[in-house]
Design a protein around this ligand. Structure first.
Ligand code: ADP
Ligand code: ASP
Ligand code: MG
Length: 416
């Protein structure tokens, strides 16, 4: 008998009616002759509200309690789904992450899955249950609840599909699949039929929140093929898989925009060994993730070092850097929030040249100034002003021919 893992995200379970819809879909999948594991997110907005509540209650919530709190969103959702299935005459049972055998390391709020022991799931499936598992959570070696980072239900689903050796893993969401760009930003964006893990990984890391990047990383590492598709109808979605030879024919697969970036520049600093080490050690001591780094050409023995971080980390980074800037006798620290990163991604870039020139030219014609540039084998990313982000996405999308073909309207005849 086929075993299917189906993940439903927050919007898909956002109202009682949608919960009943998901319950019906899980039951229909079982009735079509499959064993079914549902992996469920908290109802839309619940996790955000819990975070807000924690911050209003305590200036710096302790991480263990934060995880205990955040995990409750998914616990409510799984119980509701299971009772909705039971109300439809099905047989369902809800399991917490710990009950599902998801064991993690001790890194609260961003735990990594260390092992999955799905014995209980196998037993329940053998007893004809639809097993409804709480996404986004696990248990650490001390028996405490941990969470897997925002969007972590994707990771639960992929990791469970791998551990259960499932025949299919379906990620149901509120759009029809992975698009060439966020369809809420570029209305002409097209749904992709397939995408390589590496492309989706770059897109997810560059701000396309359709999949959590850690989940895609896991899928790539363990070869878990999955499909992203809509929970609102039955249409086929996007298959994510290891790249195939013909995938390189497409130069650009997608465009991602990340609006929540900040840029920092250590201005006029001595161009000497060890200085960059001092700057980035200070940032690392605050566990702040640095994205792009650019050092300008040295002039008269000094240089500028610019880099980007998440906007939320700007205050902490500024506090950590100010003493270092004095110590290394740089002219100052210039910070700029409200910048965005636009990335064009495609494994075809490995074998096609001229992508950078086309991108820069297109942005130039649109009067969009580029602050920083970085490249990888399959991605070119630029930092631009946040206010230019949507327009830049639309222009680039058009430039690389990603837009849907919309047939021009036939002119109406005069006597109609
Ligand atoms: P879920 O709650 O189901 O996990 P998310 O909100 O996390 O759903 O992810 C789905 C959203 O991702 C979509 O509503 C869409 O706006 C956004 N998105 C961003 N980039 C893309 C893209 N390239 N393709 C599809 N959706 C995208
Ligand atoms: N509820 C969690 C979040 O909002 C996990 C998820 O939805 O995947 O990040
Ligand atoms: Mg998500």
């Amino acid at each position: 008998m086929r075993l299917i893992v189906q993940k439903y995200g927050g919007t898909s379970v956002g109202t009682p009616e949608r919960i009943r819809n998901v319950a019906r879909r899980l039951l229909e999948t079982q009735q079509s002759g499959c064993k079914v594991v549902g992996v469920i997110s908290a109802m839309a907005g619940v996790t955000d509200n819990l975070i807000k509540l924690a911050r209003e209650t305590s200036p710096q919530p302790t991480e263990r309690e934060m995880d205990a709190l955040l995990a409750t969103g998914e616990l409510a959702a799984i119980a509701l789904i299971a009772m909705a299935i039971n109300a439809l005459g099905g047989k369902a049972i809800s399991l917490t992450g710990a009950e599902a055998g998801i064991l993690t390391d001790r890194a609260h709020t961003r735990a990594r899955i260390a092992n999955i022991a799905p014995k209980q799931i196998h037993q329940l499936l053998a007893d004809d249950y639809i097993v409804v598992v709480a996404g986004f959570q696990g248990q650490n070696p001390d028996g405490d609840t941990t969470t897997l980072g925002r969007g972590g239900t994707d990771l639960t689903a992929i990791a469970l599909a791998g551990a259960l050796n499932a025949d299919a893993c379906q990620i149901f969401t509120d759009v029809d699949g992975v698009f060439t760009c966020d369809p809420r930003v570029v209305s002409e964006a097209q749904k992709l039929d397939e995408v390589a893990y590496d492309e989706l990984l770059e897109m997810a890391g560059a701000g396309s929140k359709v999949m959590q990047s850690r989940a895609v990383e896991f899928a790539k590492k363990f070869g878990v093929e999955f499909e992203v598709r809509s929970s609102f109808h039955q249409n086929a979605g996007t298959i994510a898989r290891e790249e195939t030879a013909n995938m390189e024919d497409v130069v650009i697969r997608g465009i991602s925009v990340d609006r929540n970036q900040a840029k920092l520049t250590v201005d006029d600093v001595r161009d000497e060994a060890g200085i960059a080490g001092q700057i980035f050690s200070a940032i690392a001591s605050g566990n702040i993730v640095v994205d792009m780094i650019v050092q300008s050409v040295s002039k008269h023995g000094t240089t500028d070092i610019s880099f980007t971080i998440h906007e939320n980390d700007l205050d902490a980074a500024t506090k950590l850097l100010e003493p270092v800037v004095k110590e290394v006798q740089a002219a100052g620290l210039i910070t700029k929030s409200g910048v965005a990163k636009l990335s064009v991604v495609g494994i075809g870039m490995r074998s096609h040249s001229g992508v950078a020139a086309r991108l820069f030219d297109c942005l130039g014609r649109g009067g969009i100034n580029i602050h920083l540039i970085s490249t990888s084998e399959i991605k070119i990313a630029v930092v631009i002003d946040g206010q230019d982000a949507d327009r830049a996405a639309q222009l680039t999308h058009e430039e690389f021919g990603l837009a849907k073909f919309i047939p021009s309207q036939t002119p109406q005849s005069a006597d109609e």
